[in-house]
Design a protein around this ligand. Sequence first.
Ligand code: PXP
Length: 239
Amino acid sequence: MMTKLSVNINKIATLRNARGGNMPNVLQAALDLERFGAQGITVHPRPDERHIRYQDVYDLKPALSTEFNIEGYPNKAFLDLVLEILPAQVTLVPDPPEVLTSNAGWDTIKHQAFLTDVIGRLKAAGIRTSIFIETDEKMIRNAIKTGADRVELYTESYASNYLINKEEAIKPFVEAAIVANEVGLGLNAGHDLSLENLKYFADHIPGLLEVSIGHALISEALYLGLENTVQLYLNKLRK
Ligand code: PXP
């Protein structure tokens, strides 16, 4: 089983929005990423629409042929959007609207009732659900009670500790993956994964189904080109 690469295209929208026109074209970039081999496209529409706009989500849905993953905090506007769009997967993140980027996983104990309600509605609509989570065993064991199909491991601490000691950096993630596999939760991962740190992560995490990567991939593509960068990422994921 090869881990799927889902490319987060928020940064392409950020660049477009900087000038108000349609360059770069977010929809075309998504289609090109698919053509270059990406197995999924991820977007994170935020309430202030500072990168991906709600309209982008409507434009992308009928055009994409790979797995569409929409991330976000499940407020009413977000839930209305995803229940209309019906993407393959929704990844729930706990961040408040003003944060720069997702910076914590769910507390699946404190928010169990809320998550269970939201996930029930998404699953009734046929959408696979994943919840963004840290490596704490209690949170993973409790995640199963919310009805989530998968968890997405928040990899920021792996990425920053990788530079210091990669054997130590990976340990909590291997333990978390073993627990997720044991309780029957599918496993995704994302945040700050890059050409430098991805292979070590993918090689050591059992049952890793999907990674969602945006910031580093788009930044590296400035030097390497988008097609080449996607190929390099896919090579890192090959066993
Ligand atoms: N997963 C989640 C839940 C995120 O919020 C983000 C950032 O939007 C990512 C993955 C991708 O992180 P990065 O842009 O650092 O690759």
